[in-house]
Design a protein around this ligand. Structure first.
Ligand code: SF4
Length: 375
């Protein structure tokens, strides 16, 4: 099915205002439409009761509101919820999403809503984090990640990135999303223009209204793109560097894309980021049992981290069927953290969430793909 252009989640007050002006609608219509979508959570133009009937019909015929279909919605026992979304045409993607059939996994991405374990006295999670995708598939090909298995199938448009947040905000029990992480499928800095357009909409008071400081862009590291982000994005977002190994040899074995750069070059770009933005970097480090979780790796990582203003997030690997990596032992994770802390590095162990719903990145799409192919 082909959707009409434009896609509402791609528009700003200015571009929607121009669209309305071309149709000779009153000036305030753009504001009203955006209020319906972002404040009231309504994506059906027929329900926008303060618009004229003729305008509602025209909106429905000439603009796309929801450009994806939810193929699956899973809820884990810890409150994590995950969506597998099927994008039904190329839409406004700068690089068309490939795939022929309506159920082609090459058109699917995942997004996850993760409530924090801390609760207010009333029992409400203190944080709700939306983990969203920026591409369909991923070009980076990390050896431990299901998203990288089939390579890159296309970029998501800015509108489709925002649509994921909007959908997650409307899941049962979610009153408000407080944090955004670009840690789903894809390398955000390889889809630069769409990601920064989406970040502006997510942070805008007229859009999702989520403070830029609560938005984290996570990258495996493209030094030039990190510098460009510091220059071009006026918003104080957080940058997370997915390091995953403390030396180039091991990193290149785990992350094929890292053969294009060195850790030293990445650290140089991160220092420029700090100089320009004044914001500390988060180093993400996924612990793989017996591979990068040994004490000597912790010592090396401490050396790397000490050259930056950085925090380290340690993530315990969630096993993916068919992948040759194991979840690290609890004792090894603690020892790793202790070594970092003793060396003066601020290191946190990130809790694994949603383990009972295949919440590791790309796992749901991978399983849908296997089911489609009968594997
Ligand atoms: S971990 Fe991230 S960067 Fe690596 S293949 Fe998966 S989605 Fe891509």
């Amino acid at each position: 099915m082909r959707h009409p252009e434009p896609h509402i989640f791609h528009l700003t007050p200015e571009t929607l205002g121009d669209w309305c002006a071309q149709r000779k609608w009153p000036k305030f219509r753009a504001k009203q439409i955006l209020e319906w979508v972002y404040e009231k959570g309504v994506a059906d133009p027929h329900a926008m009761s303060n618009l004229a009937k003729r305008e509602r019909d025209q909106l429905a015929a000439e603009m796309t509101f929801l450009s994806g279909d939810t193929l699956s919605h899973q809820s884990a026992s810890d409150g994590t919820q995950k969506l597998l979304i099927q994008w039904t045409d190329a839409g406004t993607s700068p690089l068309p999403i490939v795939g022929q059939s309506a159920n082609d996994p090459a058109r699917q991405t995942e997004c996850v809503m993760i409530p924090s374990l801390d609760r207010t006295p009333g029992g409400t999670p203190t944080r709700r984090t939306a983990c969203i995708s920026s591409q369909v598939g991923c070009p980076v090909g990390c050896k431990f990640c299901a998203s990288g298995l089939g390579g890159l199938d296309g970029n998501l448009s800015a509108g489709r990135i925002v649509e994921q947040v909007w959908r997650l905000a409307r899941l049962p029990g979610v009153e408000r999303i407080s944090n955004i992480v670009f840690m789903g499928m894809g390398e955000p800095l390889a889809n630069f223009a769409s990601v920064i357009h989406a970040v502006r909409t997510i942070a805008a008071p007229w859009g999702m209204g989520i403070g830029a400081r609560k938005i984290t862009i996570s990258t495996v590291g493209l030094p030039k793109a990190i510098e460009r982000l510091a220059e071009e994005l006026e918003l104080p977002v957080t940058l997370a560097l997915s390091l995953h190994a403390p030396n180039d040899d091991l990193r290149r074995k785990l992350i094929p894309w890292s053969s294009y750069t060195t850790i030293e070059e990445l650290l140089g770009a991160c220092r420029k980021w700090f100089d320009k933005t004044g914001r500390e970097i988060t180093l993400e480090y996924i612990l793989l049992g017996g591979v990068n979780d040994r004490p000597q790796h912790a010592e090396e990582l401490a050396e790397v981290a000490s050259t930056l203003r950085a925090n380290v997030n340690l993530i315990r690997y969630n096993e993916v069927e068919g992948m040759p990596f194991e979840r690290p032992a609890t004792g090894d994770v603690r020892r790793f953290q202790e070594i970092l802390t003793q060396r003066g590095v601020n290191a946190h162990i990130r809790a694994s969430r949603g383990r009972d719903i295949a919440a590791a990145c790309g796992q749901l799409r991978h399983e849908s793909n296997k089911a489609e192919s009968g594997a």
